[in-house]
Design a protein around this ligand. Structure first.
Ligand SMILES: Cc1cc2nc3c(=O)[nH]c(=O)nc-3n(C[C@H](O)[C@H](O)[C@H](O)COP(=O)(O)OP(=O)(O)OC[C@H]3O[C@@H](n4cnc5c(N)ncnc54)[C@H](O)[C@@H]3O)c2cc1C
Ligand SMILES: NC(=O)C1=CN([C@@H]2O[C@H](COP(=O)(O)OP(=O)(O)OC[C@H]3O[C@@H](n4cnc5c(N)ncnc54)[C@H](OP(=O)(O)O)[C@@H]3O)[C@@H](O)[C@H]2O)C=CC1
Length: 460
């Protein structure tokens, strides 16, 4: 028997995260005069007779109700891409419940293993206190999803015990073979940057960490009351999580509920593992009976109007993959800011279609921008901040002042294509404009990062 539609709505938005909420706000704001109310199913069937036979025009909720819609926007986010789903000692962090579960387990933990090299791992290793942390990083430097090895090298001391009292400008950067400019800025090519990464094929660093912040703030384990240690294991992944019954050589007499073997041959005992290994778009509830076109990363493909391949179905946020012809300076990352921008724009697209008005791709998709905090430093990422997709056709300008700031600019053909700004650099607005207006910066050379020149005035 066919499902009976309980209600028919003009708009249905699935998901109460940032994308969904922003989408709803935007639709209702744009359509203040538009009557967004329940209608009898006959209304829709009269208006769009074909809709009754299109399965995707109804939405069935877990409590068995079936809702009809004229336009649907899926904002169901992502779910953690865990190392394994069938081990209760491997946790992911996504929402309040999983964060609470993590905190509960951490309160009793002496050592945890954190796997992954992205946003969550960066936040976690910095915030966890009173518990030893083994951080297994599959790359040669930390924070690979967000920045390069130079930035990682700048940030690493923030995990250390002996923070210098005063920032000392580094006259000679350690990670280049070229002569520095007198004030410490250096130019090196992508090749040299890679050489730097090769050189820093670090092994194990034992570090202590300090402050706590953000949603993951105040996460305390039970072991070391005053300090915690971060053991950084580079270039390795989890080989396997040993079954409880498998005998393991005891390390210093400790017994652990869990042992993790890494691909570098080391085995660590721990209380539990945090799998901070990315997200997968949460599409699964919507695939049955539909033929959504999916992108390589599993997201619902959306066009420049946030429309999926299914009629009248839109998507925004982590669940979708931007498949329009993108600006060369924008790329998708599953971030709060982008989810909000997509939700906002999807709401406008829904409203525009309902009002039969044209709409153009929003300007926020012109340039990638992300502002966040890692290791207590402000971090601003602009455009092709890691020279993504540029191959060797670029050069980098770097200015670094230990414990104060790290500034990297990506240039190609004299034009600025991206930047990484760590610390209170005050350069974001100027650089954003320089990237957007694609001015030829060749005449300025290395002076672009000369700290003795007020760059804002310069380009005013
Ligand atoms: C620990 C952590 C820290 C982060 N920190 C940052 C940060 O500092 N900066 C940043 O930019 N980004 C950060 N992110 C990423 C950011 O949170 C996400 O990119 C963003 O929340 C995605 O928003 P969304 O609305 O697409 O999805 P979500 O926020 O995941 O919301 C999806 C919603 O849909 C609901 N849902 C799912 N399936 C269904 C269904 N079948 N039916 C009904 N509802 C459903 C969910 O319950 C949820 O409410 C962080 C992520 C995590 C996990
Ligand atoms: N401040 C911020 O902006 C924050 C943003 N976030 C966002 O929240 C989401 C979830 O964060 P997170 O889980 O850290 O995801 P991220 O995508 O940021 O990072 C995942 C990391 O795990 C690595 N990885 C993937 N699979 C494995 C594996 N099997 N073994 C070892 N490493 C692996 C990835 O490497 P590779 O990329 O090479 O596959 C990548 O370095 C992301 O979208 C992130 O951007 C989260 C916290 C803070």
């Amino acid at each position: 028997m066919a499902d009976k539609k309980d209600k028919i709505f003009s708009f249905v938005v699935v998901g109460g995260g940032i994308a969904g909420v922003t989408c709803v706000e935007q639709v209702s704001k744009t359509l203040e005069e538009f009557d967004v109310k329940e209608r009898p199913s006959s209304f829709l069937e009269e208006k769009f007779p074909s809709l009754t036979v299109i399965h995707s025009a109804t939405l069935k909720t877990a409590d068995g109700h079936v809702y009809g819609y004229e336009k649907l926007c899926i904002c169901s986010g992502g779910r953690p891409k865990l190392l394994t789903h069938d081990n209760p000692n491997v946790l992911g962090i996504r929402d309040t419940d999983s964060a609470q579960e993590f905190q509960k387990r951490l309160a009793k933990a002496k050592r945890i293993v954190v796997v992954g090299n992205g946003g969550i791992a960066l936040e976690l290793v910095y915030e966890v206190e009173g518990c030893e942390v083994v951080w297994a990083v599959k790359d040669k430097a930390i924070g690979n999803s967000f920045f390069d090895a130079g930035a990682a090298q700048f940030l690493i001391p923030a995990l250390g015990t002996n923070k210098p009292e005063r920032a000392v400008p580094c006259k000679r950067s350690r990670y280049t073979t070229e002569e520095p400019a007198p004030w410490g800025t250096q130019v090196f090519t992508a090749g040299l940057c890679h050489t730097f990464m090769e050189k820093h094929n670090a092994t194990v660093v034992v570090l202590q960490r300090q402050a706590a912040r953000s949603a993951l703030i105040g996460m305390k384990g039970s072991f070391y009351k005053e300090q915690s240690r971060v053991l950084l294991e580079y270039e390795c992944e989890v080989e396997r999580i040993l079954p409880l019954e498998e005998p393991v050589q005891p390390e210093s007499g400790d017994s652990w509920p869990l042992h993790v073997q890494l691909t570098n041959g080391k085995t660590f005992g721990c209380d539990f593992v945090v799998s901070a290994t990315g997200v997968v778009p949460n599409t699964e509830p919507f695939l049955h009976g539909n033929t959504f076109a999916l992108a390589d990363d599993g997201g619902l493909q959306v066009n420049d109007h946030m429309m999926t391949s299914e009629p009248d179905v839109y998507a925004a946020g982590d669940v979708c993959t931007a498949c329009w012809e993108r600006s060369p300076l924008w790329h998708q990352m599953r971030l709060w800011t982008q989810a909000r921008q997509m939700g906002w724009y999807a709401g406008r697209c829904l409203a525009a279609q309902a009002l039969s008005e044209p709409i153009e791709l929003d300007f926020c998709f012109e340039l990638f921008t992300h502002i966040t905090k890692f290791f207590n430093y402000k971090v601003v990422l602009l455009g092709k901040f890691n020279a993504q997709g540029l191959g060797s056709d670029h050069e980098l300008l770097v200015r670094c002042t230990k414990d104060r700031e790290y500034v990297k600019v990506v240039l190609s053909g004299g034009r600025m294509l991206g930047a990484v700004l760590i610390g209170e650099t005050d350069l974001e607005e100027t650089f954003e404009n320089l990237i957007l207006n694609q001015m030829d910066l060749t005449p300025y050379g290395e002076d672009l990062l000369n700290p003795n020149i007020d760059i804002e005035d310069y380009f005013d």
